[in-house]
Write a protein that binds this ligand. Sequence first.
Ligand code: B12
Length: 502
Amino acid sequence: MTPSNTLLVNPTVTSRASARFPLSLLHLSAALDRNGSSRIVDGNVDRDVVDATLRALGEERFDAVGISVMGGPQMAPSIAVSKAIREYRPDLPIVWGGYFPTLYTDTALSAPYVDYAIRGQGEESLPELLAALGRGERDLSRIGGLSWKDDGVVVHNPNRRFSLDDSGIVLPYDKLGDPRSYLARTFLGRRTAAHQAAIGCRFRCTFCGVAAMFGGATALPATARLERDLGYLKHQLGADSIQFFDHNFFDREADMVPLLEIMAKLELPWWCYARSDALLNLSESTWKLVRKSRLRMAYIGAESPSGAMLKEIRKGTRPDQTLEVAELCRRHGVIPELSFMVAPPVNTEEETLHTFEFIRELKKINPQSEIIVYIYTPLPEGSKHEKERGKRASMPLLDLNGDPVVFPTSPEEWTERRWVDYACHADAPWLSDDLRRHIQDFVTVLRCRFPTVQDLRSPPWAKRGLSAMAAWRYRRRRYDRPWELNLANRLVRLRMPQVSGL
Ligand code: B12
């Protein structure tokens, strides 16, 4: 049997300037190359992803194509590239992996251009699938994490336990052409690299795709691995700062200290996802290490000022901890980037207005706090991790007319504007036009009044000007219809970290 050759595709999801290492494909490629070979097409760099994919197919013999798909703006290019592959090489198996097929497996497999969906991590399932296909096997029921069509009937094999195996080598960055072109100028440094050290998250927040993917489990890297990987990024590629894509960076203090010691040694300014409770639990000596390691910003899911809502979504933190962590971060020179989910399906307006007041309080405690406002768009029941499904009766989601919200059943439907917005936490069927506008207006005033430090594009004078213009509205809570700010914003175009990342 000849070793299989796989084409891996990352459909376009962001601008060229915001492109970061496609870590999913690099991890998969490393796994595939142990017994075969693979090539990567990154649609964030090769802007015409369909053309780049067809060109690759014309240049080499491939046995399958793996496509990484996340809900939201990546849906349309994922469909386009899958259809084009099917038309060009109808015999070639097409495998979807990533968050979309993990959370919406049946929807993905309902498409004629998706043959296999791999749920969760793909490092073991994908090579096993390719080996089985290479051997011409028809029964694929032993491949963990795989969903497939057995004579047209969708079969979901059992989940696979996830793992953080270390192959002993760094990721195959060279497959990206010039990997240095992925290092970006951000507020952390001139050459920021994206990296994932630990995987998973031990929490089970009901709204989060990560909980749905990992079911409340996490695995930290060995110190030797972290040192090797970061050392490579720093010394071989020339990275001067790191954005960690870890689902949740800070875990138990005792386990974090050896990792922080490595980072303190490397002194690369960094950004990560964190939780208020974990940061509040760190001792003074660990905070000293954190400072030495040059943590610049921690993205913390504050979600809501309401203890009841935090309980409902199983966040596991309290609003007083959010306020406390803002103060703690101020003392240690770390910027907290606090994200909120407004407009929940119940008490929609009241919760939203309460959140605005809470944000003001946070800004008083720590004016440097960065604020991200999302619309609360919970996952449908069927997308939750199998351990969680049907466990707690969640309120049925109703639209503005009081009718049940019906989620899309095809990838095409997920490309409709309202569902792309839902996936991006930008709109929800229970949101009235008035409240939607009010939220937009509040966010406009807030981000003009306090422009993000992550914005390097707008000149300082423009940011100062916007902030001065917005000051009276913010002070007097006159958020409505900030036409002058909208106009000025069109000229300055402040960066939106929630859309493009750092
Ligand atoms: C980097 C990132 C982005 C980048 C680009 C991603 C890219 N594909 O190039 C940007 C900034 C553009 C982005 C945007 C969005 N993102 Co995003 N993003 C991430 C982040 C931080 C890291 C992804 C990553 O690289 N992980 C590391 C790799 C190794 O893991 P992985 O991607 O999961 O891949 C593994 C498996 O999924 C699987 N797999 C993946 N692809 C494939 C393909 C095949 C063939 C197979 C077999 C397996 C497989 O195997 C991989 C290896 O184990 C994650 C959170 C996280 N820490 O994962 C959120 C995350 C994926 N994003 C998410 C979301 C929702 C978005 C948005 C759609 C909305 C939003 N507001 O955030 C936006 C779109 C914004 C817009 N344009 O309007 C959610 C997805 C959850 C969900 N419900 O679908 C996540 C989980 C964040 C969260 N906690 O909510 N994102």
